[in-house]
Design a protein around this ligand. Structure first.
Ligand SMILES: CC(C)(COP(=O)(O)OP(=O)(O)OC[C@H]1O[C@@H](n2cnc3c(N)ncnc32)[C@H](O)[C@@H]1OP(=O)(O)O)[C@@H](O)C(=O)NCCC(=O)NCCS
Length: 397
């Protein structure tokens, strides 16, 4: 049987509407892939759940799903393939991996078990790096949180965030105190310069198209025309480019830097640490400072192959307008003000709504329980728009 025929039959059997196109080429590689799959054994799942600090109820649900999965050859075949893609071939994050339409425990927790199947490799990698086991457990607490979130939302154990969590299980993200840090490449929209006195200037990447409001042309699904396209010219004497203002919006008027005093310290794709904030309650300013300090110590020691030049954050939290609506001494504004802001591709307010209301809401009936919920609505009612943005802190300060 050819690889595609077997894959097509499996898709039909499992009710999968679509699989990633790349699987047509890689499917036959895993036909004979015979990695040890202890995750099919519920007693192994119980021990792994305990090792990573999962709550007992979640571990039991995963164990039940594993028992069921072990009786379903089609799902086992799919699991071998997913495991190989994630942990052996290390293909890109599976944001678009198919969700199983079935409703049994094995269907709902299939991706969670695929992730857990990577635990032995992750544990070996972390120990080889000398990473303390409490950091491994803290990092995987996000897995526990997402499982619990699904249970709370749908009344059943399951997992939606497998693409995101594949970063944790593939040794790309670490929870260091309040914040998470991910090894990543710098955003393609910005070039960063620094002068002899340590002053920093962010300049728009050449060729980036901007709207009149200072956002990239792709913001809000491109609902405004392109106002200008950024240029960046550099010679022995002058660097001429378009800077971003305090709110992270581009200025059409270029600035000129003295090339003898300013040097480029970050280009698109250079190694950075992307900062993420989990929903573990408030993000106290002192706790954030401690996390950044911990990252400066941790990465050179444990992940030396990633000589990051900056911390970056792409988030609704990097919307400079928040600083006009929320108190300057609040956690959100203090966090925002640590960064130099810049615009990102495809910026819109979707994430604001997701993180503040749990999804899209009608403004007339949106909950108004917190200050942030109130200002989100007030700004929109006043004719404003919220947009996600990017932020950057150079490693040296
Ligand atoms: C990021 C986060 C930790 C900030 O919370 P915080 O430390 O409480 O922030 P602040 O103290 O500045 O909050 C100011 C006000 O906004 C409210 N607020 C903060 N985050 C809120 C949220 N996600 N939803 C609703 N209200 C929120 C606070 O309750 C406070 O209002 P109050 O005084 O009426 O209680 C929080 O928003 C959160 O957990 N978000 C989910 C995770 C997330 O968005 N991560 C970034 C992903 S890109």
């Amino acid at each position: 049987m050819t690889a595609s025929t077997e894959l097509d039959r499996l898709c039909a059997e499992l009710g999968l509407a679509e699989v990633p196109a790349s699987w047509r080429a890689t499917w036959n590689l895993t036909a004979t892939f015979d990695d040890d799959m202890p995750v099919l054994d519920p007693s192994w799942v119980a021990a792994a759940g305990q090792a990573i600090g999962l709550e007992a109820e979640a571990t039991r649900a995963l164990g039940d799903a594993a028992s069921e999965l072990a009786q379903r050859p089609g799902l086992i075949r799919l699991m071998r393939h997913c495991h190989h893609e994630l942990f052996v071939a290390r293909e890109p994050a599976p944001g678009s991996w198919p969700t199983l339409p079935g409703t049994s425990a094995a269907d709902r927790l299939f991706h969670a078990l695929v992730l857990l199947s990577g635990w032995p490799r992750l544990e070996r990698r972390h120990r080889a790096r000398g990473i303390p086991s409490d950091i491994t457990r803290a990092t995987l607490a996000d897995f526990a949180m997402r499982l619990r979130e699904h249970q709370r939302k749908h009344g059943q154990w399951g997992l939606d965030a497998h693409g995101w969590l594949s970063r944790h299980f593939r040794d790309r993200i670490y929870q260091l105190g309040r914040l998470q840090f991910e090894t990543a490449g710098a955003e393609k929209t910005v070039h960063v310069y620094q002068d002899d006195d340590g002053e920093v200037a962010l300049l728009a990447a050449p060729g980036s198209a901007f709207r009149a409001d200072g956002l990239l042309a792709s913001a809000f699904a491109g609902d405004a025309p392109v106002a200008f396209t950024a240029a960046l010219s550099i010679d022995a004497v002058r660097i001429v480019g378009h800077p971003f203002d305090r709110d992270g919006l581009v200025r059409a008027e270029p600035i000129v830097l003295d090339a003898r005093r300013w040097r480029c310290v970050l280009r698109p794709g250079d190694p950075v640490l992307a900062v993420h904030i989990t929903a573990y309650g408030p993000m106290d300013d002192a706790a954030c400072s401690a996390s950044f300090a911990q990252a400066l110590d941790f990465f050179p020691k444990h992940v030396p192959e990633h000589p990051f030049a900056a911390f970056t954050c792409v988030s609704w939290l990097m919307d400079g307008q928040l600083a006009r609506w929320l108190p300057a001494d609040g956690n959100i504004v203090r966090f925002l003000r640590r960064y130099h802001l810049f615009p990102i591709e495809g910026a819109d307010a979707t994430q604001h709504f997701e993180r503040i209301f749990g999804g899209a809401v009608d403004l007339a009936t949106a909950p108004q329980a917190t200050q942030l919920q109130r200002v989100l609505v007030a700004h929109l009612r006043a004719g404003g728009r919220w947009h996600r943005g990017g932020g950057l802190i150079l490693r040296g300060g």
